[in-house]
Design a protein. Structure first.
Length: 383
């Protein structure tokens, strides 16, 4: 791209909560701080479902440029001609309707995880994106970290030999009643907002398993896993509190063990065990906490008394810093810009079929464990 003007992507932010603020702050970090020169981002607008003044407060809080417009409704944002792509940062329950509103208005969409409440809703979004010829991606930011790409590349290149098993956990210890309220209104546990450990945190455990046992496999081996699972419900609301999923990928026989909880922690001790463990015939690669924002991995060669070490590498720990003082959410934004510049409707890193496959796993786990949201939340009815 040298000598050419960078491609500019104009963003609208839908919702003004916690992650909207973090994402937008990252979006405003100059791409040059991460050695990116081929694309750039402009913050054109933000919308609050509450009021224009709330949207303006949000823009002020992230030091938005004065040209960024506040909107008092999501519909007004979807109709804003100064916006190319909309980042959706509402609770899970609202992703389907909000994304559909934007896609039908001809906007590209980056939608927070989980894509939707269930696979049926995600399928509708994909169909509309295809019909409208606009870009659509689930915002699984973890996948776009250079260290995540490096890990995928190492494993795909046979660095671990044949991968047989991946363990992945994302659990946060919480004093659930104190932190999320006795009434269960907080989005983490609220059934009316499609809360629960699986859709909020377990999706990261599944994404690590899918990155290795599905994504980097040759296309003919990317088959749906067979799953068995267990759910323990949160007594106050009935959402899932602790969930474990065992996945077998039929084309390779490799197994994934995905766990999540809002009662125990992936990193409770002063010397926590790495929550992601990729195990191959030549050794293990483990990823340090937090697995959604990877920064360190460790390689440990397998050694046996009779055969010694099969790996051509030694034990080592690798660290990669996140440049520019941000969270690392800018890398997924850069991916959106490059895909749209290149006329792609979906990303190869977080493609539609893979998002759908992960949604199908979560659907089955919830069904088997008896965690079903209201008919309205599970429906594809719109509006
Ligand atoms: N990638 C990541 O690391 C993270 C992703 N997330 C994901 O981001 C999404 C939002 O999470 P988070 O920002 O923590 O949530 P918050 O509760 O902090 O914010 C949600 C925002 O959505 C809007 N909203 C619209 N309708 C509702 C409603 N009925 N109830 C509550 N809020 C509503 C509100 O903005 P307004 O009133 O202005 O319209 C609100 O501020 C979730 O999908 C979550 O899984 C969350 C945390 C981290
Ligand atoms: O997506 C997420 O990742 C980080 C967690 O802190 C947060 O609860 C979750 O929504």
């Amino acid at each position: 791209m040298s000598g050419k003007e960078p491609f500019t992507l104009r963003w609208g932010i839908l919702a003004t909560g916690g992650i909207a603020k973090k994402f937008t702050t990252d979006l405003l970090i100059p791409p040059s701080t991460r050695s990116v020169t081929d694309i750039q981002h402009v913050l054109s607008a933000a919308a609050s479902s509450t009021s224009v003044s709330r949207a303006q407060e949000f823009l002020t809080s992230v030091n938005a440029p004065a040209s960024a417009k506040p909107h008092g409704s999501y519909a007004a944002l979807a109709a804003d001609p100064s916006v190319d792509i909309i980042y959706i940062a509402t609770p899970h329950s609202h992703h389907y309707a909000n994304a559909r509103l934007c896609l039908e208005a001809g906007k590209s969409v980056l939608c927070e995880k989980p894509f939707t409440v269930n696979a049926a809703q995600a399928e509708v979004l994909v169909r509309i994106a295809r019909e409208k010829g606009v870009f659509l991606m689930e915002a699984v930011w973890t996948r776009f970290f250079p260290i995540a790409r490096e890990i995928r590349g190492f494993v795909a290149g046979g660095g671990l030999g044949e991968v047989k098993r991946v363990w992945a956990d994302l659990s946060f210890w919480n004093d659930v009643e104190r932190e999320f309220g006795e009434k269960g209104e907080h989005r983490m546990v609220n059934m009316d907002l499609a809360g629960g450990a699986l859709l909020d945190l377990g999706i990261y455990s599944l994404t690590w398993i899918f990155q290795i046992l599905y994504h980097i496999q040759p296309p003919s081996s990317r088959t749906a896993p067979i799953t068995a699972s267990a759910i323990t419900k949160y007594h106050l609301t009935g959402c899932d509190e602790t969930t474990s999923v065992l996945l077998t990928f039929p084309s390779t026989g490799a197994q994934g063990i995905a766990t999540t909880s809002i009662r125990v922690s992936s990193a409770a001790t002063s010397a926590p065990t790495d929550p992601v463990r990729i195990q191959g015939t030549h050794g293990d690669l483990t990823v340090a906490f937090p697995p959604y924002r990877p920064w360190q991995y460790t390689l440990s060669p397998a050694e046996s008394a009779s055969r010694g070490k099969l790996a051509d590498w030694d034990a080592q720990t690798v660290e990669r810093e996140i440049p520019g003082g941000g969270m690392g959410m800018f890398w997924e934004a850069d991916e959106c810009a490059r895909c749209i510049r290149d006329g792609k409707l979906e990303s190869e890193v977080m493609g539609w079929e893979e998002s759908l496959e992960i949604m199908r796993v979560m659907d089955k786990v919830r069904k088997d464990g008896g965690v079903i949201y209201s008919d309205e939340l599970e429906s594809v009815k719109y509006p």
